[in-house]
Design a protein around this ligand. Structure first.
Ligand code: B3K
Ligand code: ZN
Length: 853
């Protein structure tokens, strides 16, 4: 397949200012009639070229005259003499045969669309690129009994009955948009209705459309939606612009959700939630995704991307915006820890592996493969760094200027950075390297104290990544403070240090006592910090750094240090420091429970593997378990006291305090079970049986499943029967069992694959099984390689149905560089087997071939 390169960008030859679409909807055969008014863009004599995929062309007319179709490289080519024309096409498509879930497809009796990035070409012939913006008028016609609700972008204009028990609706979207934001929905749906009055006093009708049975699970999403409207007005001065805002939930969806103009389509997973069926984490995720998609109305829709290489323009910015929303709605400190956890778990390995790419990639085979943690989460970190460097006020001036200057346009990352510069007067020339250089920088830090004063020595290295061997020093904003070794107080107040050179020294003045270095506070830069530590320094920071993120971080550094030492030297783990730190955290009277839960959790096995060369995953597991056991036995009483205290959480409350207690309860139960399996099993069983919320029930079930006793089998059966009719909960049933960290768990996974409730066709179900299994290193990395073989087979089978989702499971096999030679060879063999498969999609081909590298 051809490589698409950023440097090859050319403005479109033809623009399409107006589009009229008429859909004769039928799951088996839908007819789409399109009327495009096209105008020549600039002086040239090139024909109009329209993308199309799996379309049956029934008719083509140019200015009303029938025309013979001509195709070149799969595109429909239309020669046009003048500067404008009207192109009409009639095509047929088969939504119910669409298993890729791109374009128009059927999900549980609902017809819906997904067009980003290149799905619109599966609906009709079109210039399927984000820099062609059109005004849409859309007529939907369908059987009235089967599809009583007909929705599209914008505002409803007209509706009525048609012949043969059919009916129609006409929608018009006044805002020009790229076709990736087109959407329609037809189905038997019920609506949770509400309204929001915007800051200029306009009344917006809000609707969340779901199957009737799910209506009771939409209240939390509706609240999040109204909070999002208000937050974006307050924080970014952004007001909503249409009379309607609709959200529709569907069960089959490749991603989390989609920001189609005025008609967001969501994976049910990010809409439906109540405390009995969704955990606190799920509920927070619903709010974050609702906010994210809503915020796209400005960062994505009003101002969109010129080409797909600019994806981080809208995604990095919108993730940063939804993070700000979550920080303001809950505890900012806990949110920040979660954000960094996600970045470390998903983005750092990507940046360190064969699929590393800059947040603005230079080339791709399949754009669907670039909806990555790098583009999204590192992209958000890059926006955050700009805000840190400019300060909040100048940053806000910058976003105001950006939205005003580019409203209605399709622009580039460069345009965003320029708006930031113009609004602030700050030169971001060197900072732009964050857009072009891949790889996670390492910052080395050493504090030097003598009679004269305190000097911080910094150095940075940006590692080579595929296609980028030589790197230049980046601008790295580091929030730094010094903590007195004796007083425990900040002896040098926090300041922002901009590391811009390969090596740099910073004078931190004189402090009256020996000091410890608190660096990259709040995770001000997405880097790895390698600091020279004094004896006792990291322990002291873990016990008392005044920045809560840095305090968490010091604890993680301490745990990582001692576990890595044991993994490397093959001996027993030196657990004293870890046990002391966890004990102090558990006993603290001042720390909040959510923070405690984060602070006592050990870094995951994947994170440890990333830090090793030629890791033996079995050894990593063994060491980590040894530490968990030591904490469980040595701190049994502290854990039980904390567990009992946390059990006081009000199950009906979703306050931060109660959520924090539940989080601590889950974390302590897991450690209790690690120290005393019998006690863990009995507490787990009690908690399971008495559970009033999914948060309590799921954490108990996970502990029981890990212990693998008779009680766990009973609980799993009960869980299945209890929630049989709720697919999102059945996903959890699969995920819990596929996450058991045991070398023999592949058997369980294979049995689950044969379970009648399993299907490769539903992305949530597939992620629950294959994603959970591949995300559990000690089970996935069986020494005999059978875990890899299983995943490879699943990828090949899923690829035949849904390439985009199948490709998401390739990355775990690409981590072979970090694994010991025996397993690494088996991982490579699995990748080779995938590549040998005839008829592989370009999605899977691109990732598997790059992973072999
Ligand atoms: N913009 C969508 C992306 C879906 C595309 C998947 N290939 C979701 C989001 O980031 O809001
Ligand atoms: Zn997004």
């Amino acid at each position: 397949p051809p490589v698409i390169r950023r440097e090859d960008y050319r403005a479109p030859d033809w623009l399409v200012p107006e589009v009229e679409l008429a859909f004769d909807l039928d799951p088996a055969r839908t007819i789409v009639r399109a009327r495009l008014s096209v105008t020549r863009n600039g002086e040239h004599d090139r024909p109009l070229r329209l993308d199309g995929e799996e379309l049956e062309l029934l008719a083509l007319r140019v200015d009303g005259e029938a025309r013979e179709a001509r195709f070149e490289d799969g595109r429909l080519v239309v020669d046009l003499p003048g500067s404008s024309a009207v192109i009409e096409t009639d095509v047929a498509i088969a939504p119910e045969k669409n298993s890729q879930l791109m374009g128009l497809y059927a999900s549980g009796g609902i017809l819906c669309t997904q067009c980003e990035a290149e799905g619109f070409r599966r609906i009709t012939y079109f210039a399927d690129r984000p820099d062609v913006l059109s005004r849409y008028r859309v007529r939907l016609e369908a059987d009235k009994a089967r599809f009583p609700v007909l929705l599209a972008n914008g505002n409803p204009i007209e509706q009525g009955d048609a012949a043969d028990g059919r009916h129609f609706a006409l929608w018009e979207d006044p805002f020009p948009k790229p076709c990736y934001l087109f959407a329609l929905v037809a189905g038997d749906l019920q609506c949770n209705r509400d309204s929001f009055t915007t800051m200029s006093g306009r009344e917006v009708e809000l609707g969340i459309w779901v199957r009737e049975a799910d209506l009771s699970k939409t209240a939390l999403a509706m609240q999040a939606l109204k909070d999002s409207f208000a937050w974006d007005e307050r924080t970014y001065g952004r007001e909503y612009d249409l009379d309607r805002f609709n959200i529709v939930a569907v069960s089959d969806f490749n991603f989390g959700a989609m920001e189609n103009k005025g008609l967001n389509i969501f994976n049910t997973r990010y809409v439906l939630a109540d405390p009995e069926t969704a955990t606190d984490g799920d509920i927070d995720a619903v709010a974050a995704v609702v906010a994210h998609e809503y915020f796209h109305n400005w960062s994505g829709n009003r101002v969109t991307c010129r080409d797909w290489f600019q994806l981080s323009l809208k995604e990095g910015l919108t993730v940063f915006r939804d993070q700000g929303f979550s920080e303001d709605m809950g505890s900012a400190a806990v949110q920040r820890i979660d954000q960094v956890r996600t970045l470390r778990a998903a983005q750092f390995p990507e940046d360190a592996g064969p699929l590393a790419h800059p947040i603005r990639p230079d080339s791709y085979l399949e754009i669907a493969n670039f909806y990555t943690a790098t583009v999204y989460n590192k992209g958000a970190e890059v926006i955050r760094m700009m805000r840190t460097i400019l300060g909040p006020e100048a940053y806000r001036k910058g976003t105001d200027l950006y939205f005003e200057r580019h409203d209605g346009q399709a622009v580039t990352c460069e345009d965003f950075v320029r708006a930031m510069e113009d609004a602030s007067g700050v030169d971001l020339k060197q900072f732009r390297l964050w857009y072009s250089q891949a790889g996670t920088p390492t910052v080395q830090a050493r504090l030097e104290q003598d009679g004269e004063g305190t000097t911080l020595h910094l150095a940075q290295q940006v590692p080579p990544t595929p296609g980028q061997s030589d790197k230049q020093p980046m601008v790295i904003p580091l929030r730094v403070a010094l903590i007195g070794a004796e007083s425990g107080r900040e002896v040098a107040a926090e300041q922002l240090v901009l590391l811009t050179e390969g090596e740099q020294t910073v004078d931190l003045g004189t402090v009256g006592e020996p000091a410890f270095l608190s660096i990259n506070r709040g995770f001000s830069a997405p880097v790895l910090v390698d600091a020279v530590r004094k004896p006792g320094e990291i322990e002291a920071l873990a016990a008392g750094d005044s920045d809560s993120f840095a305090r968490f971080e010091a604890g993680q550094e301490l745990m990582t240090r001692d576990m890595l030492a044991a993994i490397r030297n093959g001996g027993a783990v030196e657990v004293e420091a870890i046990v002391a730190a966890v004990g102090a955290t558990l006993r603290s009277q001042s720390l909040d429970p959510a923070f405690k839960a984060d602070a006592i959790a050990l870094p995951g096995e994947s994170l440890l593997i990333e830090k090793l060369d030629a890791a033996d995953p079995a050894r990593v597991h063994e060491v980590r378990e040894e530490v968990r056991r030591a904490i469980g036995t040595r701190l049994g009483e502290d854990l039980q006291r904390a567990y009992t205290a946390a059990s006081a959480a009000d199950p009906t409350s979703l306050s931060g305090a109660d959520k924090g207690l539940r989080r601590l309860r889950a974390a302590t139960l897991a450690l209790i079970a690690a120290g005393d399996a019998k006690l863990g099993a009995s507490l787990g069983q009690q908690q399971y049986e008495a559970a009033r919320t999914m948060t309590e029930r799921q954490s108990a079930l996970m502990v029981l499943a890990m212990l693998g006793t008779d009680a766990s089998g009973k609980a799993l059966d009960d869980f299945f029967t209890r929630f049989e009719d709720d697919p999102l909960v059945i996903d959890k049933w699969f995920a819990v069992q596929a996450s058991v960290p045991d070398e023999s768990n592949l058997h369980v996974v294979e049995a689950l694959q044969q379970h009648p409730a399993f299907t490769l066709a539903n992305p949530n179900r597939l992620r629950a099984l294959a994603g959970s299994f591949a995300g559990t290193p000690s089970a996935f990395h069986r020494a005999d390689g059978k875990g890899y073989d299983w995943l490879a087979e699943v990828i090949v089978a899923a690829d035949k149905l849904n390439p985009q989702t199948a490709a998401r499971f390739v990355a775990p096999l690409g981590r072979w560089r970090k694994i010991e030679p025996g397993r690494a060879a088996r991982m490579r063999a699995a990748l080779q087997r995938i590549l040998a498969e005839p008829g592989l999609s370009k999605d899977v081909f691109e990732l598997a071939s790059k992973s072999l590298g």
